[in-house]
Design a protein around this ligand. Structure first.
Ligand code: MSP
Length: 459
């Protein structure tokens, strides 16, 4: 039976055009999906948009539009950004899709029938920007700790999900299955917070209507996070459980404690891994619409092209840690690594082959490629180190041309070794820089190889 691989990104709030933070997770998911497709696995890659809730309703109101009409235009922005970044998902799910709405109601009904949902009254703080509840002690001078904006105090009837009941089960799960939350330091954060105790979660709202009505009480709409998390099931087809949910560190609590408890309550299998990555800053400053700078996808691409930005995001920072983005460092990697190392190798070798041809022989050069190690690094989400190893081999190939003085010796056997090595390099790089890898592959797979056009123009 073919192995299956199911990867997801968060579904993004379509309240503005996508920026580097959205692009990052989606590019990582794309590379993982491509990697598993290379391994001939049956792959499902799900991404999409999180369209309900007060936050979206408010923005649509401000713009004088109906919420659905408003998100429709932004969904096009997301889809077009993913196309530009060469992202090949299998489904773009929207929480306004009919099949999703039906699934949410089905799951709510199941949990209700089981007795894990009860009616109560919510009294406390809610940040609409975060779409999250806070307690008095979370606030800073009465403001949201993230957005620093005044926070609304809510008092309304609400249905509650019996989250508190899952505390011991969750702790057992997290200690027995360490791969369920990665990286490890994030898992420890979650475990410590769960140990402090869990409170039941308010999962319905009555003071606005842009959401999915509860099947057992139509006056209430589902809390936007409850609605959103279920996308991973509605969009799964037969692929559930997910192999990996890729998310940012800020939404780890929702994807672990809340999501796992919902799944335990419905009796569904849990995703194998939740991986929380770090946050990008821009020239060391926080990326944020209210304070600081936002860098959107078009700007990102305009600096050095799609593959360079993809490469940069993988290579610059270990996956899981925070990173800093700057034009300067992106251009440095583009010039020094993509142009000088990879581009140079491809152009020199193709030129030499055009002049001299190749002669089949045993490939001793490729034995220097640490293939197993690279595969292991990718499978353990150490993309920066994997790229480092691939580029170490590119260095070896460039040195080989140099030390063998091929331009003098016209050594066709060495050129054969180089050609085969370059094809392997292209395959290994294809999840990360798909467009350039495809160009290299096409160029070196033909009978009469010709000197290539420049792959990466220096900036
Ligand atoms: N709609 C929710 C997710 C629901 S998933 C069931 C949401 N949407 S979001 O659009 O606000 O954010 C999506 C992702 O972008 C989060 O994973 C967040 O971590 C990520 N990022 C936002 N800014 C970021 C950076 N500056 N750097 C890296 N990722 C960041 O949350």
């Amino acid at each position: 039976m073919t192995k299956k691989f199911y990867v997801t990104t968060p579904i993004y709030y379509p309240n503005d055009v996508p920026h580097i933070g959205h692009a990052y997770t989606t590019i990582i998911a794309d590379a993982l999906a491509r990697w598993h497709r290379l391994k001939k696995e049956s792959v499902r890659f799900l991404t999409g948009t999180d369209e309900h809730g007060k936050k979206i309703e408010n923005i649509a109101n401000k713009k004088g539009k109906k919420p659905k009409e408003f998100v429709d235009t932004l969904v096009l922005e997301f889809k077009s950004a993913w196309k530009k970044l060469n992202i090949k998902y299998d489904r773009f799910i929207r929480t306004t899709d009919k099949d999703h709405e039906k699934k949410v109601q089905e799951i709510l009904q199941k949990i209700y029938d089981k007795g894990d949902i009860y009616l109560g009254e919510y009294e406390g703080y809610y940040c609409t920007e975060c779409e999250a509840y806070y307690t008095e002690k979370d606030l800073e001078d009465g403001c949201c700790p993230i957005h620093k904006t005044k926070i609304e105090k809510l008092k309304e009837p609400s249905y509650f999900f019996r989250l508190s009941k899952y505390k011991d089960k969750l702790l057992k799960l997290y200690t027995e299955n360490p791969e369920i939350i990665l990286p490890e330091f994030r898992r420890n954060e979650v475990i410590n917070r769960v140990k402090e105790g869990l409170q039941d979660l308010s999962i319905s709202r009555t003071n606005f209507s842009w959401g999915i009505p509860l099947p057992f009480d139509k006056k209430h709409v589902a809390y936007v996070w409850f609605d959103a998390l279920i996308n991973y099931i509605s969009g799964a087809e037969d692929f559930w459980p997910a192999d990996i949910h890729l998310i940012g560190k800020d939404i780890l609590w929702f994807h672990t404690v809340i999501w796992h408890s919902i799944l335990l309550s419905v009796g569904l299998e849990l995703p194998k891994t939740i991986f929380a990555h770090g946050w990008w800053t821009f020239n060391k400053e926080k990326i944020s619409k209210s304070r600081g700078r936002v860098i959107n996808v078009d700007e990102l691409i305009s600096i050095a092209g799609v593959d360079s930005v993809r490469y940069f995001l993988f290579r610059e920072t270990p996956f899981g840690e925070d990173g800093d983005f700057s034009e300067k460092s992106l251009i440095a990697r583009h010039n020094n690594e993509l142009a000088n190392k990879l581009g140079n190798l491809v152009s020199r070798v193709s030129g030499l082959i055009e002049k001299n041809g190749v002669e089949k022989c045993e490939n001793n050069l490729i034995k220097k490629l640490k293939l197993r190690e690279i595969e292991k690094l990718i499978e353990n989400y150490k993309f920066d180190k994997a790229l480092n190893e691939i580029f170490a081999f590119i260095d070896i190939c460039n040195e080989y041309v140099q030390s063998k003085k091929i331009w003098e010796t016209k050594d066709k056997k060495a050129l054969f070794e180089l050609k085969e090595s370059i094809l392997k390099i292209a395959e290994l790089l294809s999840p990360f820089i798909p467009e350039s890898a495809e160009k290299i592959k096409r160029q070196f797979s033909v009978k009469k190889i010709k000197k290539s056009k420049i792959l990466f123009k220096k900036i």
